[in-house]
Design a protein around this ligand. Structure first.
Ligand code: AYL
Length: 552
């Protein structure tokens, strides 16, 4: 068996809680800025974050009865309050499940129920969605009221007052824990902190159990590749959503471990993005391919001073070499010399397993980089034997970033992780003689829209509830102009091949729009088809549909 290892030396991974790691092991001046609210400039120092989190934990225990091991949901776009909620839950020894802020009530209900959450911390604008969710779940009014907290720091407080709900600031005002919840080395290795949702290679979204140790490991192993980040010099832009594992790790936790401030934006908007780079002299940004595309085309790039920018790292979806050179060229024309590199990984790997070191960014454009320290990899063909040297195979990884498992789902966990600890990514990769990897294909069902997961099985089950649809398959089609895949449905109408009315595809799109979050809309269209191609065992032959789409 060929096992690939990292070209970098192993690193030490402390056996402790995230809190101890962030505030004791990673020693940075407590007066350093940690998070900046980009729209207003309001800043929390490390000392503020620490103090507010201990207050949060006190309030969570005394007013919300959150105990160690309980799960709370954070349902909010990026804000200054977001990291306080997360680190407050850490201080209380609780777990956090992170929900996409675009979710509809049924999507939220699924995650709330599946994760076993007890309380929801919701952005003021999302309080209505949570109320709808509680109605769907038939939670009595009084109980629903007690399980919803308005997550807002330095705002008007209007929503909480009007709705008679507990506001974050009231929760903070009541007292503070003297010290955070303690974890032994063994507890830190086994206890789950994050429950992000991922469909993995197949089926519906599942809760990914990410432990304290997983998170400390990922921060420890990315450090040797991102050494250039320096406290007092570098500034990050917090534009990717914190509720995704990429955001929570690389924009909430990692910067705190590295002593680097994050200027937080509530959402991506090209104009505000460029304005904030100028205003906060941003040096480094973690992005997804559509943001690189905006840097190539958007007029705002020419309007603001971008010269502080020197490093962009893209992940969550494939990034083409042509786009990298176009972005570098455009930024150069406005006086910014930047390196653009990629990272790779999955929710199930906390999330980073590969990074392209900056020194190789130009020479290895298109590569996801090298395997990070303390990790092992295999490239495997269909019979689970090794791919031939230089040839593609499914990427399997093993090491301390691999999740504990899928929550309450031992069979999905057993399908994803072999008994000897290999996690099957569902991505097809090649590795060159110098140890640089490239993703060349995806074996699994998953569709990625602008870095967001769109699980086909989820859309298929929503579509099958449509009274006129008898069978359906959803696949992703490439849209190079938008640097993303787009979800497309192939549907069979109950009246047979020619029985569908002309309005049917539009009806199907509308059916989806009224039921799921925006990133799952059928932007790749709806195609009416006689019958869905299936194997003898009844499995959808997605490859056949993809070939059909390519042949258009
Ligand atoms: P999830 N190139 C191609 N595909 C990618 C890449 C990449 N650089 N990164 C992620 N993917 C796809 O759970 C791949 O199919 O985590 C993978 O299985 O939402 C799937 O996305 C996982 O999707 C970083 C920055 C890791 C981001 C991430 C990925 C988090 C996405 C390390 O530095």
């Amino acid at each position: 068996m060929t096992i690939y290892t990292s070209p970098l030396p192993s690193v030490d991974i402390p056996s402790e809680s995230i809190w101890t790691f962030l505030f004791n092991t990673c020693k940075h001046d407590l007066a350093l800025p940690a998070y900046i609210d980009a729209p207003t400039g309001r800043t929390l120092t490390r000392a503020d974050v620490r103090a507010l989190s201990l207050q949060f934990a006190y309030g969570a225990r005394s007013r919300l009865r959150i105990a160690r091991g309980d799960t709370a949901m954070i349902f909010s776009p990026n804000s200054l309050a977001w990291p306080v909620a997360l680190l407050g839950l850490v201080a209380a020894g609780a777990r956090a499940t992170l929900a996409n802020s675009a979710y509809t009530p049924p999507e939220l209900a699924y995650q709330y129920t599946d994760s076993g959450a007890r309380v929801v911390f919701a952005h003021p604008d999302l309080v209505g969605v949570v109320r709808e969710m509680f109605k769907l779940l038939k939670v009595p009014e009084e109980e629903a009221q007690a399980r919803l907290v308005v997550l807002e720091l330095g705002g008007t407080g209007d929503v909480a007052r009007k709705e008679g709900l507990l506001a974050l600031e009231s929760l903070l005002g009541t007292g503070a824990l003297e010290s955070e919840e303690k974890f032994t080395a063994e507890q830190a290795a086994n206890e789950t902190l994050l429950l992000c949702y991922s469909s993995g290679t197949t089926g519906k979204p599942k809760g990914v159990e990410t432990t304290h140790r997983n998170l400390i490991s990922v921060m420890a192993i990315i450090k040797p590749v991102q050494l250039q980040l320096q406290p007092g010099k570098d500034v990050l832009l917090g534009v990717l959503p914190f509720y995704h594992i990429y955001g929570v790790v690389k924009l909430v936790l990692y910067p705190l471990s590295a002593g680097i401030p994050v200027a937080i934006m509530p959402k991506f908007d090209a104009e505000q993005f460029c304005r904030n780079i100028e205003r906060y002299r941003v040096t480094t940004i973690w992005v997804v391919p559509p943001i690189i595309l905006a840097l190539v085309h958007h007029p705002a790039v020419m309007k603001y001073n971008m010269t502080s920018l020197c490093y962009l790292s893209s992940g969550a979806a494939p990034l083409g070499a042509a786009m990298v050179s176009a972005a570098i060229k455009r930024l150069k024309s406005v006086g910014a010399t930047v390196d653009i590199a990629q990272g790779y990984g999955l929710t199930e790997t906390s999330p980073v397993t590969h990074l392209l070191p900056r020194a190789h960014a130009q020479r290895k454009v298109g590569s996801i980089g090298i395997l990070l320290p303390n990790l092992e990899a295999r490239l495997v063909v269909d019979d689970e034997s090794d791919a031939k040297e230089g040839e593609p195979g499914e990427l399997w990884v093993r090491g301390p970033v691999v999740m504990k498992g899928y929550l309450n789902n031992p069979s999905a966990t057993a399908n994803a992780i072999t008994p000897d600890g290999w996690f099957k990514t569902g991505d097809v990769a090649v590795v060159d003689s110098e140890g640089f990897y490239q993703i060349v294909d995806r074996k699994k069902e998953l569709i990625k829209y602008k870095g967001f997961q769109v699980p086909p099985a989820e859309l298929e089950s929503v579509l099958l509830q449509h009274p006129d649809i008898v069978d359906v398959a959803v696949i992703g089609i490439d849209d190079p102009a938008q640097a993303t895949e787009l979800p497309r449905a192939y549907v069979a109408h109950k009246a047979g091949p020619s029985g569908a009315p002309p309005s049917f595809p539009k009806d199907v799109e509308a059916w989806i729009k009224s039921r799921v979050a925006k990133h799952k809309y059928l932007r790749g269209g709806v195609v009416v088809i006689d019958a869905i191609p299936k194997s003898a065992a009844g499995k959808i032959l997605r490859r056949q549909l993809r070939d059909l789409a390519k042949a258009e």
